[in-house]
Design a binder for this molecule. Sequence first.
Ligand SMILES: Cc1cc2nc3c(=O)[nH]c(=O)nc-3n(C[C@H](O)[C@H](O)[C@H](O)COP(=O)(O)O)c2cc1C
Length: 159
Amino acid sequence: MTAIVYVSNTGTAKRYAEALAEKTGWPCFAADKYAGTADDAVFLGWVLGGEIQGLKKLRESGAAIRAVGAVGVLAQEADKVREKNCPAGEPFFFLPGAFDVKKQKGLYKLMCGMLVKAIKAKVKDSPDKEGEKILSIFENGVDLYSEEALQEMADSLNN
Ligand SMILES: Cc1cc2nc3c(=O)[nH]c(=O)nc-3n(C[C@H](O)[C@H](O)[C@H](O)COP(=O)(O)O)c2cc1C
């Protein structure tokens, strides 16, 4: 039996994990509640600074990983995220996430403030559309949750 295991900060990776559980019939666990007893795991984690949160820890536990879903708002960096977090050949899916600064707490809230400052300085230095788009995401928030992207992942896991 495959398990779906997720790490989510503000609920988007959890939403994808629960929807995938409904589609596949596989059990779904927050990573800290997963006992590691399934044959393998499909891992869904949110992206922070290009790193899929919780994935390293799951690998270190020795769990067999069947596929990885990275939940983030910068789809243009999907290839970089894959290279940084997954060995070649491991099934990888980028699932468009959601960002709302009002949902951030503690360290993450602090990091968001720093991130916006850094992007603003970069856009001021060398203005470009891409930088402005990223700034708008982190300043104004966005919800890119994609039923289609999830379906693609579910279909590919079924094959
Ligand atoms: C501090 C911080 C850094 C982030 N860095 C990235 C990033 O490098 N790439 C990306 O695609 N999204 C990044 N995001 C956006 C989150 O991955 C996105 O909001 C995701 O949907 C959160 O999932 P969750 O609701 O399950 O926590 C960042 C968010 C925060 C708060």
